[in-house]
Each structure stands twice: as structure tokens, then as C-alpha cells.
Design a protein around this ligand. Structure first.
Ligand SMILES: [Zn+2]
Length: 339
């Protein structure tokens, strides 16, 4: 009977150990089977009705987005949060962790369908729960990357964001099990980058876009940019100025677009991958809306008359127009300009 020497045995064991580290990363949060529901028309979109798909935009660079994006986006129907991932020789960087367990686990499954390499980083483009809540399901060795203002905002306003998300996406979508997660890497206005092994990923800050702490994730070699909510979706979708400051949003979106090569691919916060020129509609809307509100203020109109006056027929078509334009964007802009 053949026997292995102790040295050979040690080498064999070490070899087994080496291959074990390449085994698929374990996500205990995703042990259960998904359970899909019908869309609830009361919500902008229903998290547990969403099916995500991935698309390889460049070698090792993938977008993740709502399966219905090509049909619903141009029709003005709101879409689930988009994200994606970048695969390097040393591991994976994921963009966004999604709003709840089921969407987080769908995103992780899409990563694991393409690679056995472990997820090492998750970048959140903003503080909003539909981009960050899934962080709670990450193993401890995954580093959460956020702009420092996003990290501070989540720490101070977590309960408020949970309430907003439950009001708009349902109290029956598992949002009640989310807990706040502190960022491991806090990004300053100067940005951050990481070499994943053969591919570099940047997290860029261009100034206020939809929140004070927006990050844009860019892969220079692939010319792929994730925008988060700052550029929410294609025409006829319009920006959600939940924190106001449309003037700064217009300046930032214009700068983002100008910084990109024309053949870049832009993954919006809620939609399918697009050309940079697709940002024209959001930028044009912001300019027209701000100019319209300024004229109304100059004419002495009150808020109600301003909402009626700034109807922007060229920019209508988004299913959430009556909420986002009339109840959020125009009132916030009116309050800022009527001082
Ligand atoms: Zn969002």
C-alpha cells in the first residue's frame, strides 16, 4: 500500500486549502428561495415583483437592471434600481446593493453566474435605501464604499429613509428587516479608485447631483459609467429632486456628460444602459423647469399658479409626472427661487 510522506501530505492539504479559497463566496442571507409577487399599482415599483438581468457591456463589466427596462423605460414606466459589477483578477466590485433581501440576492446570483471570484467591494452611489439597504446582507469581509456625506446621512437619517421607502415601495416588501450599515471606506470629494487586478474602477464625485454625497462609478478602460439616481432614466423620465437644488443638479449632470467620451455607456440609476446623449432629456428638463419657475416667481405667481404655468408639454410622459414634477420638483424649486 502506497503511503504519502508527511511533506507530500502537507503539500496536498495546502493544495486543497488553496482551491477552497476560490470556492464561491457564501451569502447566508440568500439561502431561501425567492418568492415573487404581482406588481402593486400603489407603488412606484414593487420590489418583490422585479426580475433583474445582467448584461456584459465590456469584458468583465456588467450592468444589472430590471428585465422590463427596454419596454418600460421608453414608455415612462418607473423601473427598479439598476446596478452592476466589475470582475478583476483579485475579486469583484459591485455597484449598489438594492432595496431588500430578494433584490440583493438576485444581484448576487447574477454575479455568481459569471464568476467564482469573491465580491470585495460594494459602492453605493447615494444614501437612498433602494441603493443601500442590501448592505446588511453582505458578509463582513466585503467593504462598503460611500461618499462621506452619504455615510453621515445614513447614520443620521436611517429611520426617515426606511419610512420613505416603505411609503413608496411597500411595507410588505421586507424593508422592515433592514438595519443601518456603516461604510468601511469613506470617499471624499476627491474620489476613490481601486485596482481589482487588471482593471481599475473609480468612484467620482462631481458635486451635488441628487444628494450631497452622490458618487459616479467609472471604469476608464471600458468607458462605462454608473450614475445612480442623478440620472435616473431615459426619456421621458425626469430627475427626482427630492432634496431640491435643481440648479446644482443641472450643473453637475452637464459636467458629468461633458466628461464622458461620446461612445461611453451610461448605466442610469433606474434603467437600461444608454449613450451619454440620452442625458440630454434630463438636462433639458432641468433647464426648462428652472427657467419656467423663475419666470413665474418674477411674475409674482403663487405656488399653485406656478405649478399650473410650468406644465412643460415637451417633457411630459413620465408616469410619475404628477408626483415628481408637480409635487416635488416645481415646489422645491419655487421655494428656493422665491426668497
Ligand atoms: Zn434610486
Amino acid at each position: 500500500m502506497q503511503r504519502f510522506s508527511p511533506v507530500l501530505l502537507a503539500l496536498l492539504v495546502a493544495g486543497c486549502g488553496g482551491s477552497a479559497t476560490e470556492a464561491t463566496q457564501t451569502f447566508r442571507a440568500c439561502d431561501g428561495a425567492p418568492s415573487f409577487v404581482e406588481p402593486n399599482p400603489a407603488y412606484a415599483w414593487t420590489p418583490n415583483a422585479i426580475r433583474l438581468v445582467s448584461e456584459e457591456l465590456a469584458p468583465g463589466v456588467f450592468a444589472i437592471y430590471d428585465r422590463d427596462a427596454a419596454e418600460h423605460g421608453p414608455a415612462g414606466i418607473p423601473l427598479a434600481t439598476s446596478g452592476g459589477f466589475v470582475v478583476g483578477e483579485d475579486g469583484v466590485l459591485m455597484v449598489e446593493s438594492m432595496i431588500n433581501r430578494q433584490l440583493f440576492c438576485q444581484a448576487v446570483a447574477l454575479v455568481q453566474a459569471e464568476t467564482d471570484r469573491p465580491i470585495r467591494y460594494v459602492v453605493n452611489t447615494s444614501s437612498h435605501g433602494d441603493h443601500t439597504f442590501g448592505n446588511v446582507f453582505l458578509p463582513d469581509d466585503v467593504e462598503v464604499v460611500q461618499h462621506e456625506q452619504t455615510a453621515d446621512y445614513i447614520a443620521a437619517n436611517f429611520d426617515e429613509d426606511v419610512a420613505f421607502m416603505e411609503a413608496n415601495f411597500g411595507a410588505d416588501q421586507g424593508i422592515d428587516e433592514i438595519e443601518p450599515v456603516a461604510a468601511d471606506i469613506r470617499v471624499s470629494d476627491d474620489g476613490w479608485s481601486v485596482d481589482l487586478g487588471g482593471v481599475t474602477v473609480e468612484a467620482r464625485h462631481y458635486g451635488f447631483a441628487q444628494t450631497p454625497g452622490d458618487l459616479f462609478v467609472y471604469v476608464p478602460d471600458a468607458k462605462v459609467l454608473w450614475t445612480g439616481n442623478a440620472f435616473v432614466t431615459e426619456e421621458p423620465g425626469i430627475p427626482w429632486l427630492l432634496a431640491g437644488n435643481g440648479a446644482a443638479a443641472e450643473v453637475t449632470l452637464t459636467a458629468v456628460q461633458a466628461s464622458l467620451p461620446s461612445d461611453a455607456i451610461v448605466v442610469p440609476g433606474h434603467g437600461r444602459p444608454l449613450a451619454p446623449a440620452a442625458m440630454d432629456f434630463s438636462i433639458g428638463y432641468l433647464r426648462a423647469m428652472i427657467a419656467g419657475v423663475q419666470t413665474a416667481v418674477d411674475d409674482g405667481l403663487d405656488l399653485e399658479a406656478t405649478v399650473a404655468a410650468v406644465d412643460l408639454p415637451d417633457y411630459q410622459g413620465y408616469r410619475l409626472w404628477d408626483w415628481i414634477h408637480k409635487q416635488v420638483n416645481v415646489p422645491n424649486t419655487y421655494a428656493e427661487l422665491n426668497q
